[in-house]
Design a protein around this ligand. Sequence first.
Ligand code: ADP
Ligand code: MG
Length: 709
Amino acid sequence: MQPDFAVDNMILETEIKFLAGIGPKRAEMLKKELGISTFKDMLYTFPFRYIDRTKFYKINEITEDLPYIQFKGKITHIENIETPRNKRLIAYAADDSGGEIQLVFFKGIKWIKDKLKPNTEYNFFGKPNVFRGQVNIVHPEMEIVGDETNLINSNIQAVYSSTELLKDNFLGTKAFNKFQSALLTLVYDKIGETLPEYITTQYKLISLKDALLNIHFPQSPDLLKKAQFRLKFEELFYIQLSLLSQRLNRMEKNSGFIFPKIGDSFNNFYKNNLAFELTNAQKRVIKEIRKNFATGKQMNRLLQGDVGSGKTLVALICMLIAIDNGFQTCIMAPTEILANQHYQTICDFMTGIDINIKLLTGSTKKSERKIIDSDLTSGKTDILIGTHALIEDTVQFKNLGFVVIDEQHRFGVEQRAKLRYKNVISPHVLVMTATPIPRTLAMTLYGDLDISTIDELPPGRKDIKTSHLFENKRLRLFGFMREQIKLGHQIYVVYPLIKESEKMDYKNLEDGYFAITQAFPPPDYVTCVVHGKMKADEKDFSMNYFASGKANILVATSVIEVGVNVPNASVMVIESAERFGLSQLHQLRGRVGRGAEQSYCFLMSDVKLSNEARKRMQLMVRTNNGFEVAEEDLKLRGPGDIEGTQQSGLPFNLRISNLAQDGAILEYVRRIANEILNEDNSLELKKNSLLREILNKNFKKSIDYSAIS
Ligand code: ADP
Ligand code: MG
């Protein structure tokens, strides 16, 4: 989705091929590579950085550690190198500093050779590298001095990201500078305002046309800052305004069930079956949910909390409240393993309490399925636990009042939405995630939901000790594992499973399993396996075998990532840890440390690591805190890549804001949007008509999106 801010002028909708210097062929490429189809798309293609064009380097000053630079020089001679494996053109440039630099071309050699004029002064521009001790620039941009295109004047040059294909077709930064210049010259006067005047005045924002001019051709560093601020403000402001107004609308429209009563199941459970005290965070969240239960408005709440923070228990307690008020409840989990485990846990918790609990998954037998169906429609079943099977149309409740969705990011938007329609009035919805989401991301992704956070682990948990090891420590690791097993503890060994290399991963897992059974031979040790290719019942068998303590070691792929609970497991070994993302590593680590014992996590990796992978390992070793991990993940990878958000994706294509860096602006505009809606919740005041128009025009799609639960 393009950010389609209503610049209310037809001219900006003009197809980009009509801009001077583009034409149909280049237009096709721009569309394919960067999604630019109109004038507006081009204007909103922002530079990713800037260069000080007042500075010209002398050639003898150029070193490989400089960023993009410009310098003047003349071509002294040209070398054409042609070997069977390598064709390239090297042009040597010199200036009066006595220095010489190589300009290297791999592509378009003939064309460049014909075009290069010796003894003519050029402006060169590019990033210095070093090759065999020689400083060079690969495919520099160049222009004969005096021949410079007539651009809008600016001493700060915008640099645009491009693609290989575009660069090969001379659609690099220089071309973009030209296009933007031609475009702004043409349309500058016609760019209308997209924020009401009272907002631009009150928050001291420059006009949209000046922002667009200065983002592409900064007239001064100060104006560049103001342009960036104005564009970020606008981008984030409309997203927040849209989310917050959707939330208001939903609350106004969707009435919800009221659960006023605290009854027998709840009291019984609380008094007799709950062996421990709830944490303060758990109590707070239950209070937040109970408040929703009392309003008569449908609840849509996200519950985030680290693995093992006791989310399931909170969900169960709230389910009991719904049940005591005569409603049915269900909990949907992304995998059979997890659904089974919830079933087990909840059955255990409910021992001796008169509650009817049923499990429905893909492997439920037909005969059993019949019983479930009839118990659901008759209202006999109080809690239905299951996988995706729950959302099938054939699953009919008598009176579903409360829906819990565990590990919500594993489900698609529609899947989650379907559960809403299982009753005439939408049931209350609680979605849970153990992938903590940084605040800025949560406000953007789930800005229309209420958010509860469990930020405290049950008492007595010890921090998991995490180490990063290479292969040379494997024997010592095995020794340590033996000690732990001797103490009666259990161990996970996890291998990556990545779709694209499924075969290889499977091989790694097999080899690993073999190596483990060599080092931990039966009958002294029992090792079992779980992987994605096993049938559900085989998986369950293996899982249960391990969970019941019959096996010492579980060798697994990341299928065990989600939610599995074996308190006796004290060691998590993650093989090829560099191939996992941060939040996945954190999730896996959360499989241990669930009992009172000291637990350990070992990240096994290759010695050769990318910088980013090394940072991931270091962070894991440094902290156990899921929120910290999530914040770092956001910084390292950018919001689009945060695990747990890929499936839903960022619903908004952020052109200029960066959620990792612009948290302060985000909070600021959210507050402003809130104030505006507090005064005028459907934006009917005259001064807000532009806001309403833009929301209606540009954020329709996201309204559907918000029906996630
Ligand atoms: P989550 O779903 O957040 O990963 P769970 O609800 O599975 O966490 O809880 C993890 C474990 O901690 C379970 O064995 C649960 O019974 C236990 N637990 C939950 N809350 C508490 C508490 N307040 N005190 C002690 N143990 C708790
Ligand atoms: Mg859980």
